[in-house]
Write a protein of this length. Structure first.
Length: 228
């Protein structure tokens, strides 16, 4: 339905979405990028939905104020790699080198190069983890693909294809390992039943801390903008 703005200082962009399934007007603030979506049922007039948003202005501004600012990846900033903060510095080499508290990146297109490097590192770590868990389960997977997903950290299809967010490489290693175990467990149980969680526990152990970390800290991994 397009984009509107709620007046104020500053104005709040609103994405209006009409839904045949919606039974009432609703507002949602994305915890990933702060986008505000105003959803309205099929026959509700647009002006009525905008009036509803205006009534919720104070609530919206409180939520938006708590959003963490995005981080433009560039020399001088820090990014987490396997759970450790590393400062990006210009390196004399053509490749990327990782140190305890720094990461050397070539001057030319540093953000783009670093994103590609992190993606390959994620593929290595996830492949190792999935191979290990699949062997323990005794069931093979068909392939691994990496994407920059925002709605989920991983998925598993009926055909055994695994998909992961490459941003898991920024999380602590045990978090990446948990997500790998979670998706591999779906090879045996394509659901989230008690039987499924029993498989996860068998592969990974106590998964509660990892799930809690993803809920509390996972969204922060999407703050980093890898564009030059």
């Amino acid at each position: 339905m397009g984009q509107h703005h709620l007046p104020g200082n500053p104005p709040i962009p609103l994405i209006l979405r009409r839904s045949a399934q919606a039974r009432r007007i609703s507002l949602r603030v994305s915890s990933l990028d702060g986008r505000v979506t105003l959803t309205l049922p099929r026959r509700v007039p647009e002006h009525e939905a905008l009036a509803f948003a205006a009534e919720k202005e104070s609530w919206l501004r409180r939520h938006l104020a708590r959003q963490e600012a995005p981080v433009a990846v560039a020399p001088g900033t820090t990014v987490p790699v396997e759970g450790e903060q590393r400062q990006i510095v210009a390196g004399p080499q053509r490749g990327i080198r990782l140190f305890a508290d720094q990461i050397e990146v070539p001057d030319r297109a540093p953000a783009t190069r670093l994103a590609a490097w992190l993606r390959e590192l994620a593929r290595d770590r996830l492949s190792e983890a999935c191979d290990r868990h699949a062997a323990a389960l005794g069931l093979p997977y068909s392939r691994i693909t990496l994407r920059d997903t925002r709605s989920r950290w991983g998925s598993c299809t009926e055909a055994g294809a695994l998909m992961f967010s490459w941003r898991l490489i920024m999380a602590p290693p045990e978090i990446l390992d948990y997500v790998a175990a979670h998706e591999v467990a779906h090879l045996a149980e394509m659901n989230h039943s008690p039987a499924f969680w029993a498989v996860v526990s068998r592969l990974y152990g106590d998964y509660a801390p990892a799930r809690a970390w993803l809920r509390s800290d996972g969204n922060a991994l999407h703050r980093y903008r890898f564009t030059d």
